[in-house]
Design a protein around this ligand. Sequence first.
Ligand code: SAM
Length: 246
Amino acid sequence: MKTYDKFLDYYDEIVRWMNSSLEDEIEFLEFDAIKNYAPETKNILETACGTWVVAKELIKLWYNYTWLDINPKMLEKAEKNLKNLEKKLVLWDMTNFNFKNKFDLVLCNYNSICHLLSWESWQNFFKNSFENLKKWWLLVFDINTIFEFENITRDFAQFYNFWENTVCLEMFKKWNIYQWLIKIFEKQENWNYNLTEEKVEEISFPISKIKKELLSQGFEMLEIIDYHFWKVTTESERVYFICKKI
Ligand SMILES: C[S@@+](CC[C@H](N)C(=O)[O-])C[C@H]1O[C@@H](n2cnc3c(N)ncnc32)[C@H](O)[C@@H]1O
């Protein structure tokens, strides 16, 4: 079973146009994170960039942009969608990257870090981000909390219709891993449906553990924010970390 290869045909519409407003997300990144804490930011590295959506908006706002993702199909789609914009897309693992030029901002958006399934890989991501940042500049990333994953696991399956095709998303828990089972039903000419199944696995860790690790790796914690309600509580679903390399 594959990961994101087929789902990415539907990913942007489900994630950005149906579940979460891209406009709100860009406003948050632009004003609450970047302008608030590092208004001089120019060179951004977006890790686990996916298909382009965030990059395409931020790049319009005068930033120099470099992307990396581990999935070549994501990068292919990003490349097509970015058309004439300058492209610096790199196929690389976010637990092990090293650029010659250092960045003003390392961004890892939309719970991408939760795709790293061991604590050691989270530690490696922080270490790589630290090494690829200029001193005094920012790492910004968000997580889905354990509370959020537990809620989704208890929820009914989600169905999304695209003309005659349907995408069904369900989450299951296996030990401490949360597993999306994605079923895509696509109508064929003979009125049969073709079913493709994909699996995306995610994990999360307590906010206090993440904060402690970041501090021990040499970051200063500027802010930990609940994306929806600002103040972080035990019921926060999506939480952003804004940290400075010191
Ligand atoms: C939920 S998507 C988010 C994409 C994008 N950041 C956004 O805001 O839409 C997660 C992305 O993480 C990428 N990914 C997963 N593991 C990775 C790794 N080890 N290194 C780099 N990218 C990874 C996937 O290929 C996918 O594009």
